[in-house]
Design a protein around this ligand. Structure first.
Ligand code: SF4
Ligand code: SF4
Length: 450
């Protein structure tokens, strides 16, 4: 499978929202200072929650393991600071879900230096050992999905990965953390790509980057040439949302569709986000597990937008304080991008492994449009990259016809929000579909338990 020539690279449908990256795209990544308190939910990744292995009152070091993976589809969790465990209890954040968290109070007199560790000779590791290392390092998909990364590196018998695809599309408006990462650490990006490519036994790796990041494309292409990475291509992509969705990215690069109900690996492809790749490279180079991440803080409601390295567990309130706080006109704060992110109910919510952005919006962006009846214009159908009929799915969700929703492939919906964005009647299509999908999942669990 070879990448398509440039003029053919595209996926069908999709939308073109304003990019709105001008507030942060030129801002180098900087580190936020340590604060007093860190909140670490045990279930901040997809799959089973991690299991705490520390006790209240225990002293912990920065980077120390504090929770073991709870199952195969689960990852470890490490302390982002040196300090003391102050609580292990169920709490109601992030969102409204009650779940166990570990609260750590930072030691104000600790240097917060990471214990120096020797780099890990990844090339001598077996495939199984590599997978275990990635799981124990707590690494998840950093693009927002927070899916445990090691799971993608375990292949059922008979499957072989031919192509590693790196998602450098960063197609959500406002977000620029992946862009800055590619600009500021191109060497680490390429080292990580080569590492994962070799461990997967993939013949070729392709980094897909949207053309609005011309400087990142340029620097990566130069490094690939300079360092003679023969098995890595840098592929410029036309700007379109949701190009960062795995199946869309594959379609844009290769012109191949991943069939419904199948995963990229079924056609010999593994997709990783650029941030994930850097987290893996950093872990094998320095021994540092996933204890911090890059977050874009932006939007019209924030005083000083920034791209920041934030220790996991830092309360959003502290990150915003570092950015000069919120403007008085702010009405809503969103975790993630504006298309797929979620509004947060409290600024005490902590930064999680999947938190790519904190966006503050004023009334101008948050006023909900008045909802009118569907005028059957078909714009949502034209926008849907998965060729679904969002209007029909939303209608079925409204009347609780969940079985029929499933028959119309509701579970293929990636919740990108392109349909809602396009709807002139202001119908909250994706929100309705999300409710329907939840009910379909519940019904499956009930059926399986009988
Ligand atoms: S139906 Fe789902 S996949 Fe299709 S546009 Fe709407 S949110 Fe995206
Ligand atoms: S875009 Fe809105 S109004 Fe148009 S068909 Fe879809 S749901 Fe109906």
């Amino acid at each position: 499978m070879n990448p398509l020539p440039a003029f053919k690279r595209r996926f069908a449908h999709g939308i073109h929202p304003d990019e709105l990256t001008e507030q942060t795209v030129h801002l180098p990544i900087q580190r936020v200072p340590f604060v007093n308190q860190y909140i670490l939910p045990l279930g901040q990744h997809l799959g089973a929650p991690a299991k705490s292995i520390v006790k209240v009152g225990e002293r912990v070091q920065r980077g120390q393991l504090i929770a073991e993976p709870g199952a195969f589809v689960s990852t470890a969790l490490h302390s982002p600071v040196t300090g003391w465990v102050r609580a292990i209890e169920p709490r109601r954040y992030p969102g409204e879900k009650l779940q166990a968290v570990i609260e750590i109070e930072a030691d104000p007199y600790a240097t917060q230096r990471l214990e120096p560790k020797a780099s890990i000779n990844w090339s001598s590791l077996s495939q199984d050992e590599f997978v275990k290392h990635v799981q124990q390092a707590g690494i998840v998909g950093m693009g927002g999905a927070a899916f445990p990364s090691h799971v993608k590196y375990v292949l059922p018998d008979g499957l072989h990965i031919k192509h590693l695809v790196i998602n450098g599309a960063e197609c959500e408006p406002y977000l620029t953390n992946d862009h800055r990462l590619m600009l500021e650490r191109p060497d680490t990006v390429l080292q990580g790509v080569e590492m994962v490519r070799q461990k997967l036994g993939a013949e070729q790796a392709t980094i897909g980057v949207e053309m609005n990041k011309a400087d990142a494309i340029d620097i990566l292409q130069k490094q690939v040439k300079h360092q003679q990475y023969q098995h890595i291509d840098i592929i410029p992509l036309r700007v379109k949302y949701p190009q960062g969705a795995e199946k869309m990215l594959i379609q844009s690069i290769f012109g191949v569709e991943v069939p419904t109900g199948q995963l990229p690996r079924d056609i010999g492809v593994t997709v990783n986000n650029v941030g994930t790749i850097v987290a893996i490279a950093d872990y094998f180079e320095t021994g540092m597990p996933l204890i911090e991440r890059i977050v874009t803080v932006s939007g019209p409601g924030v005083e000083h937008p920034a791209n920041l390295i934030v220790p996991l567990g830092t309360p959003v309130r502290e990150v915003l304080r570092f950015c000069g706080g919120l403007k008085q006109t702010t009405r809503e704060v969103i975790m993630g991008g504006p298309m797929m992110g979620t509004p947060i109910a409290s600024l005490d919510v902590p930064i999680l492994k999947g938190s790519s952005g904190i966006l503050a919006f004023t009334a101008a962006q948050t006023s909900k449009p008045k909802e009118y009846p569907c005028i059957h214009c078909g714009r949502c159908v034209e926008a849907c990259p998965h060729f679904l009929n969002p209007s029909r799915l939303a209608r079925l969700a409204k009347v609780s016809e969940y079985e029929e929703m499933a028959e119309y492939y509701a579970m293929d919906c990636v919740e990108c929000g392109a349909c809602t964005f396009s709807c002139p009647s202001g119908i909250p299509i994706v929100q309705l579909i999300k409710v329907g999908k939840m009910e379909i999942r519940k019904a499956k669990v009930v059926a399986a338990s009988k």
